[in-house]
Design a protein around this ligand. Structure first.
Ligand code: ADP
Length: 421
């Protein structure tokens, strides 16, 4: 799938998921509002009936307008002309609410508007919430008689608990969204992996092409029967073939080494070694390529405690890889400085260079397998993007850490810390 098609598919799928979510929210909201309206209607009817019965008991005429007033979503007030016994009111409320199917727990309070005080109240709920705290908050109504207030403290929870099917469909939708996001994540990861692999194959082909064509040209020259008369030329071309062959061997070995490392059958042979000796050895190995570029290297091995449990071959490779990069990734004469120092029980090794540097965005990625900082179509510096991944794996296999500080155009410093013995 091409990048644009994938992007369009992702955008369309995301838009449809957003659309479905919005529709679901809209319908849940509507269902909730409907339930709330139904509840208000039922409570109004029940309270009107209670008020009617109280007027009959008190033998007072019913008012022309409705005595029930809704103060807020869960609070109702009913004006009654005379006093009413709290026990009787409670009985009437429970009976009428039951008739109207109002199952939410409620609190009620009776207020005497003349003496301006609460004269009774209770809380009717499964949890038996105490009324007192709320009773004192009953407002003084501009009324000459009595009124009682009914409040439903857990109204929202009650209404939500009645929306079972909507809760179920919302949960199903959340699961669908989760799987959608997960699938998207897997697709994008697979796509990235396949791109990395493609890059790797491109790189490898490019890396192998040069030695193969050099060997082809050299062997063509060697096939010339006249060459036996010029032994220096013969030796020269034979050496070229041998060198290029060695280069190919090295590259194949590097790839194989990574594949082996991935399967974790690397089997480190750890022994107590002097890190400074390994650094000196790696420096010696790099001296040829350093000389070719007129570079210089400075060793500032200040650590007093420099013995660590290391695998000689792999850890020398770590330094060699970092030095190789420091020499490769510079456009001027390389100036490299290796510093060691001790902090607590660790040995800190810094490899500074004056190279091209690495942008902040790429600093996080250079340790990923096959990652190479993009340079457009220019492949002037050879590599597979495997070196730093190998370095990191080896350092971590020795319970160490590696990090990089770098500024594009100014150079990079790779820092390794390992425990000392
Ligand atoms: P390779 O060198 O084979 O490409 P590495 O894993 O060693 O692979 O390095 C990954 C990338 O990190 C390189 O492609 C390069 O762009 C960047 N890099 C590594 N070391 C340095 C350095 N010292 N200075 C600048 N860039 C570097």
């Amino acid at each position: 799938m091409s990048r644009t098609t994938l992007r369009i598919v992702i955008i369309l799928a995301t838009l449809s998921i957003v659309g479905i979510t919005m529709t679901q929210i809209y319908w849940v909201r509507r269902a909730f509002d409907l339930r709330e309206n139904q509840f208000n209607h039922d409570v109004n009817a029940a309270l009107s009936s209670v008020a009617r019965q109280i007027f009959q008991i008190n033998k007072t005429p019913s008012p022309s307008n409705t005595p029930v007033e809704q103060i807020s979503t869960n609070y109702f007030v009913v004006n009654i002309s005379g006093p009413i016994d709290a026990g009787l009111l409670e009985f009437l409320l429970i009976t009428e609410f039951e008739k109207s199917n109002v199952t939410a727990g409620f609190e009620y309070g009776i207020y005497d508007c003349i003496d301006k005080c609460m004269v009774g109240g209770n809380s009717i709920s499964p949890k038996k919430v105490k009324m007192q705290a709320h009773a004192s908050t009953l407002p003084a109504m501009n009324n000459d008689g009595y009124y009682f207030g009914v409040q439903f403290p857990g109204l929202k929870a009650n209404l939500i608990s009645q929306m079972g099917i909507w809760g179920f469909s919302s949960a199903v939708m959340l699961i669908v969204i989760f799987f959608f996001v997960y699938t998207l994540f897997v697709i994008l990861r697979q796509k990235r992996l396949s791109e990395i692999q493609k890059d790797f194959i491109n790189n490898m082909t490019h890396e192998f092409k040069t030695p193969i064509s050099t060997i082809a040209i050299s062997s063509e020259v060697l096939r010339d029967p006249g060459i036996v008369h010029t032994p220096e030329r013969l030796l020269n071309y034979a050496t070229i073939i041998q060198n290029e062959n060695n280069r190919l061997k090295q590259q194949v070995e590097r790839v194989l080494q990574m594949a082996r490392f991935e399967k974790e059958d690397i089997g480190l042979k750890k022994e107590i070694l002097n890190v400074h000796d390994l650094i000196r050895e790696a420096t010696k190995n790099s001296s040829l390529s350093l000389e070719e570029k007129n570079g210089k290297i400075q060793l500032q091995l200040d650590a007093t405690s420099c013995m660590a449990m290391l695998d000689r071959l792999h850890f020398t490779n770590v330094f060699y890889n970092l030095l190789d990069n420091a020499i490769k990734y510079t456009s001027k004469a390389p100036e490299i400085c290796i510093v060691t120092k001790n902090t607590n029980s660790t040995l800190l090794i810094e490899i500074k260079d004056n190279g091209v540097g690495i942008s902040e965005e790429n600093q996080k990625k250079i340790f990923h397998r096959f990652y190479r900082v993009p340079t457009g179509n220019l492949h002037d510096i050879k590599g597979f993007g495997l070196g730093l991944n190998y370095v990191k794996s080896i350092v971590e296999a020795h319970k160490g850490k590696i990090s990089v500080i770098s500024e594009p155009g100014k150079g990079s410093t790779f820092k390794i810390s390992i425990p000392v013995v």
